[in-house]
Structures are given as structure tokens and as C-alpha cells.
Design a protein. Structure first.
Length: 199
């Protein structure tokens, strides 16, 4: 595959880096953030995290790789669910988990496409300079889109009194996760880009 600058891009390396990054950041969220959150928000924690680090993977991966990022994001989310989600929750949400994973993987792409349709194309291949403000705005849009989709998917499990709180937790957690993880992910993807250019 050749990018717009005429340089060779190793698609397999991008794919694996995105998938591994998603699993890594989901693991940190599951093993560090979730236990703390469960102390204060037990009923909400099974649905959403207040600091969901993989949202940063969604945004930066889609920024760099466009629609192709959907596939490693989906795989990373699926593997993360298999590895880190307790068995009783996997069994409870078995029928809906694939919809949930698809919505999460597509949320960033939909946000970038909405920006493009509005006349502002912020994909990396169109503009190599990172615009933090634009990425944070796209991340916020994707957070809201993901929140709406996830709340609909899990509506049958969420108590009516908790619906608004679950929605807010998804949105806030995605955005905080984006800010926290963006710098680390920038370094990872920069390393991948430089290594593929020199290979």
C-alpha cells in the first residue's frame, strides 16, 4: 500500500498496532479504572467507564487510517471483551455484545465523516499536521454517537432511573479517555509511521 506521499505503508503493522493498542488500553481500564469506579458506581460500571482509554485508540487510528481502522478496532474490542470482561457479564450481554462492539468501532469513523461532509476533512492523509482542537472535537462527537448507540443497545438492561447517568458516563468516559491516552498513542503511531517509512 502506498500513501499520499508515495511512501510504503505496512498495512499489517498498522492493523496489529491498532489491535494491540486497543487491548492494552482496555486492559488498563479494566484492571485499574474499573475496580476503583465499582466502589462508587457499582450499577453503572458494568455498562460504561468514567475513563475509557481505548477511545483514544479509536480516534487516532481512524485519523491515521480512515475507514480501514474499523476492522482492527472491532477485533481489538472483541478480544478485549473476551480477555477482560467477567464471564457472568459476557453471558448476560451475549446477544448484544457484537452490536456494542460495532457501534464503538464505527463511532470515530462516523464522526470523521460528519466532519468531512460539513466541509472540514481532518483525516491525517489530508493534513499531516495534527490539529488537537479538531481531534478533541471529533472525539467529543464520537463520544456522543457512541453513547447514544450503547445506551440503545443496552436499554433492556439499564434501569430507567440510570439511563441518563449511563449515557453521561459513556460520553464523559470516552472524552476523558481520549485526552489521557492521546499523547501515549501519538508516540506509538509516530513510531509505527517512521518504521514503515524506513522499511
Amino acid at each position: 500500500e502506498i500513501n499520499r506521499d508515495g511512501q510504503q505503508v505496512n498495512s499489517t503493522q498498522y492493523f496489529l498496532t491498532i489491535t494491540f493498542s486497543y487491548i492494552l488500553f482496555h486492559g488498563i481500564t479494566a484492571l485499574v479504572v474499573t475496580p476503583v469506579q465499582e466502589i462508587f458506581m457499582t450499577d453503572i460500571t458494568m455498562f460504561a467507564s468514567l475513563v475509557y482509554l481505548p477511545h483514544g485508540v479509536r480516534i487516532l487510528a481512524t485519523w491515521l487510517w480512515g475507514w480501514k481502522a474499523f476492522f482492527p478496532l472491532y477485533l481489538g474490542s472483541f478480544l478485549s471483551d473476551v480477555i477482560f470482561t467477567p464471564v457472568h457479564l459476557q453471558e448476560m450481554f451475549e446477544q448484544d455484545v457484537f452490536y456494542s462492539i460495532g457501534i464503538g468501532a464505527a463511532s470515530a469513523l462516523l464522526a470523521f465523516e460528519l466532519m468531512r461532509l460539513s466541509g472540514r476533512n481532518v483525516y491525517a492523509r489530508e493534513n499531516r499536521e495534527m490539529n488537537w482542537t479538531c481531534l478533541l472535537f471529533v472525539g467529543a462527537m464520537a463520544s456522543v454517537l457512541n453513547s447514544i448507540g450503547q445506551t440503545i443497545v443496552f436499554s433492556g438492561y439499564i434501569l430507567p432511573d440510570h439511563a441518563l447517568l449511563v449515557f453521561a458516563t459513556y460520553a464523559i468516559g470516552d472524552l476523558i479517555g481520549l485526552v489521557v491516552s492521546m499523547f501515549a498513542l501519538m508516540m506509538i503511531f509516530r513510531w509505527v509511521r517512521l518504521s514503515t517509512q524506513t522499511s
